[in-house]
Design a binder for this molecule. Structure first.
Ligand SMILES: [Zn+2]
Ligand SMILES: [Zn+2]
Length: 329
């Protein structure tokens, strides 16, 4: 709360008319009386537009992520599976590993290029607030950085330079915020990376056993020292990412289940909204009742389409106040 800039202005309810400049300091609501705008009132802005954050650090991290997956792919295929004498073993493991790696990269792309739930930029105008037809006791919070009206549970991200609905955190590895609209893809990304890491580790163990029993020169098309170095690097990468993504996956599922984002937990903003039960929250995050589509990065979150009438280009001048209250009576 920025009490220094707290000013309230009377917006007449019903007629949708804002009394310009009439500051009514005496009718200011107590903080606990303020009802923030429901997050469902203001919809995301770029429903169809391509979303990509131009952040050098994020782009570099995203490219590193792809290179690490491609390195694992190379070692698994050319060091372990292709030189193997057991064709069935190679086909089964090759298919499984490639499918999981493909799903991991697809989830990464979806998490990176999906609007995480950005609030329309610069919509903090008098005309827009009037169009919301707010009820007495409701309060409008303007984000001073992106000049948008912050719905409940939205936070400003300094990297994306936007207010993001139900923002969990900004992840440089997917070069995007994790928010209401792309959390599913982020969860899938962490899950598939954890699975390919585990699979690669199991295959490395089997390959070492196979090489120790067999002739080292025949167990790989590379020289024995090169084989060992490539396998140890893969082992290190697999172990690191298995731990990191498993923890991330667990944290994200816990966040969805408890209906509480990482930022809300950090800021201690818990319990300010009506929490939905775990299973209902999971269905909302994954886009519908439980089905195989929960595991698909290609299925759309169809339930996310809000009323289209609020997705319009903001018009008018940005309001000066950071907080506007609708008086109780
Ligand atoms: Zn903002
Ligand atoms: Zn962000």
């Amino acid at each position: 709360m920025k009490s220094a800039v707290h000013r309230c202005r009377d917006v007449e309810h019903g007629r949708g008319q804002a009394a310009s400049g009439a500051e009514t300091g005496t009718s200011c609501l107590q903080v606990e009386q303020r009802i923030p705008i429901s997050k469902d009132v203001i919809t995301a802005s770029t429903a169809s537009a391509m979303w990509f954050i131009r952040d050098v650090c994020g782009i570099v991290c995203a490219i590193i992520t792809w290179l690490l997956v491609l390195y694992a792919e190379f070692v698994v295929l050319f060091v372990m599976l292709l030189p193997s004498k057991n064709l069935t073993y190679s086909i089964i493991n090759g298919t499984l590993f490639n499918t999981l790696a493909f799903l991991a990269l697809a989830s990464h792309l979806r998490a990176m290029c999906t609007d995480p739930g950005a609030v329309p930029k610069g919509n903090a105008t008098k005309e827009y607030i009037e169009s919301l037809q707010l009820k007495p006791g409701q309060v409008v919070y303007k984000c001073p950085k992106c000049c948008s009206i912050k719905p409940d549970r939205a936070h400003h991200c300094s990297v994306c330079k936007r207010c993001i609905r139900k923002m969990d955190h900004h992840c440089p590895w997917v070069n995007n915020c994790v928010g209401e609209n792309n959390q599913k893809y982020f969860v899938l990304f962490t899950m598939y990376i954890a699975l390919i890491s585990l699979h690669a580790l199991v295959m490395v163990v089997f390959h070492f056993l196979y090489c120790f029993e067999d002739d080292w020169t025949k167990c790989s098309s590379f020289s024995p020292p090169a084989t060992v170095i490539l396998l140890i690097l893969l082992c290190f990468e697999g172990l690191l990412f298995l731990i990191f993504t498993s923890v991330m996956f667990g944290t994200q599922v816990h966040s969805i289940c408890t209906d509480e984002t990482g930022i809300e937990r950090l800021k201690g903003e818990t319990g300010k909204w009506g929490k939905v039960p775990c299973w209902e929250a999971m269905q909302t995050a994954f886009g519908g009742p439980f089905s195989l589509s929960w595991c698909s990065p290609f299925s759309e979150l169809s339930c996310r389409k809000g009323p289209a009438d609020h997705i319009s280009i903001p018009q008018g001048e940005i309001i000066k106040e950071d907080i506007i209250e609708i008086p109780l009576a």
